[in-house]
Write a protein that binds this ligand. Structure first.
Ligand code: PMP
Length: 427
């Protein structure tokens, strides 16, 4: 028995499914999750001492790789002077100022502890600010596990085939309307059915929880127009894309004028974090200035702020993003070439260093339906063949992958060498 198998069995006795977040359990791909012992740069090391090139990066935060020296140093400095105070610190101002300076559309920002908290709070604020109850989301988009957002959601819910979770009261779920990603007509139809009732449209500007689906030309601008026309707020969920797809996030990359923006992942440098912000007039409706309540014992946690600031200071570098993008483009071109040589229908998507892999012969992936046409069995075989050769991909066909700045030519080449055999095994 491997040590991971042993640990998985032990974990299952006291942790539901042996994991603290469902997709980690490898249910979609079968087999035993690798319990991680340590990580460095582009690599994970499991409890059995096996090394893997990591394309998950803690599901996004690790854009400069594991154990980034500057992040480690910042955490160590803060550790010596206290880990949580429950009172304001200068670090939080520095974080807010930096986020507002970098992310277009952020006049004010409030920190919280996860992406889930960020989107839940943004929705409450949107409802409080507009006095409307309905929200509109897209099928296959995931915005954390808040009740209102677990309707036709992506990520683990798609993996486990329960896109709408039991435990969400039907009375509440009925306020969540779902449209089709990249399909403005489906949004217009819902607005027509609910005139003056929709508080907000929430979206992933690049859908990264049903694999990786980029927005089609005109979709984001069209949504902005529809929201303005209908008096609904546009909430751009940048928990995954923020500081990932570019130094100004998706709002900067695509020129989106959001009303509210949610952030998480990268801005905490790997520590638990979330944030939401936007236009001043809306943010001023938040307690203690306004009546919409939101709070957190550990919000703005000094360790998370120190780690987040350290990483954000490194990310004001167009060159770094250009290098990340080039490495990702090279990886994907290499994978497509090897799949073709193996006679396997395979395509990829990419925005910066965020990517999707599809065992699918579509020439373009633009919709939830396109994603669902992929060959899930082939993905499983490919996933395990890559894992056996030291490459750690997301253990589900519905998750985006990520390249870090520590994935150099050697790592990409090793990944492509592994893929030659893995495509053959996946056939
Ligand atoms: N929004 C998006 C776009 C996400 O990708 C995620 C998590 N993958 C969340 C929200 C939820 O964040 P968290 O897991 O930190 O609660």
């Amino acid at each position: 028995m491997s040590r991971s198998e042993d640990l998985f069995e032990r974990a299952g006795r006291t942790i539901p499914g042996g994991v603290n977040s469902p997709v980690r359990a490898f249910r979609a791909v079968g087999g035993t999750p690798r319990f991680v012992a340590s990580a460095d740069g582009a690599y994970l090391v499991d409890a059995d001492g096996q090394r893997y090139i990591d394309y998950v990066g803690s599901w996004g935060p690790m854009i400069t790789g594991h154990r980034d020296p500057e992040v480690v140093a910042a955490i160590e400095r803060q550790l010596k002077i206290g880990v949580s105070y429950g009172a304001p610190t200068e670090l939080e101002i520095e974080m807010a100022e930096l986020l507002c300076a970098r992310v277009p559309g952020l006049d004010m920002v409030r920190m919280c502890n996860s992406g889930t908290e960020a989107t839940m709070s943004a929705l409450r604020l949107a409802r409080g600010a507009t006095g409307r109850d309905y929200i509109l989301k897209f099928e296959g988009c995931y915005h954390g596990h808040g009740d209102a957002l677990l309707v036709k959601a992506g990520s683990g819910l798609l993996t486990f085939g329960v896109p709408t979770s039991p435990g969400v009261p039907a009375d509440l779920a009925r306020y969540t309307l779902t449209a089709q990603y990249n399909d403005l007509a489906s949004v217009e139809a819902l607005f027509a059915d609910h005139p003056g009732e929709i508080a907000a449209v929430i979206l992933e500007p690049v859908a990264g929880n049903m694999n990786c689906v980029p927005p089609v030309e005109g979709f984001l601008a069209g949504l902005r127009q529809l929201c303005t026309r209908e008096g609904a707020l546009m909430i751009v969920d940048e928990v995954m894309t923020g500081f990932r797809v570019g130094p100004r996030g998706a709002c900067g990359l695509y020129g989106i004028e959001a009303d509210l923006i949610t952030l998480g992942k990268i801005i905490g440098g790997g520590l638990p974090v979330g944030a939401f912000g936007g236009r001043r007039a809306i943010m001023e409706k938040l307690a203690p200035l306004g009546p919409v309540y939101q709070a957190g014992t550990l919000s703005g946690n000094p360790l998370a702020m120190a780690a987040g600031l350290a990483i954000l200071r490194k990310l004001d570098d167009a060159d770094l993003y250009a290098r990340l993008e080039r490495a990702t483009t090279g990886l994907l071109a290499g994978l497509r070439e090897r799949a073709q040589a193996a006679g396997i229908a395979f395509t990829t998507t990419q925005v910066g260093s965020m990517f999707g892999l599809y065992f699918n012969d579509a020439t373009q992936i633009t919709s939830f339906a396109d994603v669902m046409r992929s060959d899930a069995e082939r993905f499983k075989r490919f996933f395990h063949a890559m894992l056996a050769r030291g490459v750690y991909l997301a253990p589900s066909a519905f998750e985006a992958g990520f390249v870090s700045s520590r994935h150099g030519e050697a790592e990409i080449q090793r990944t492509l060498d592994a893929a030659v055999e893995a495509f053959a095994a996946a056939k």
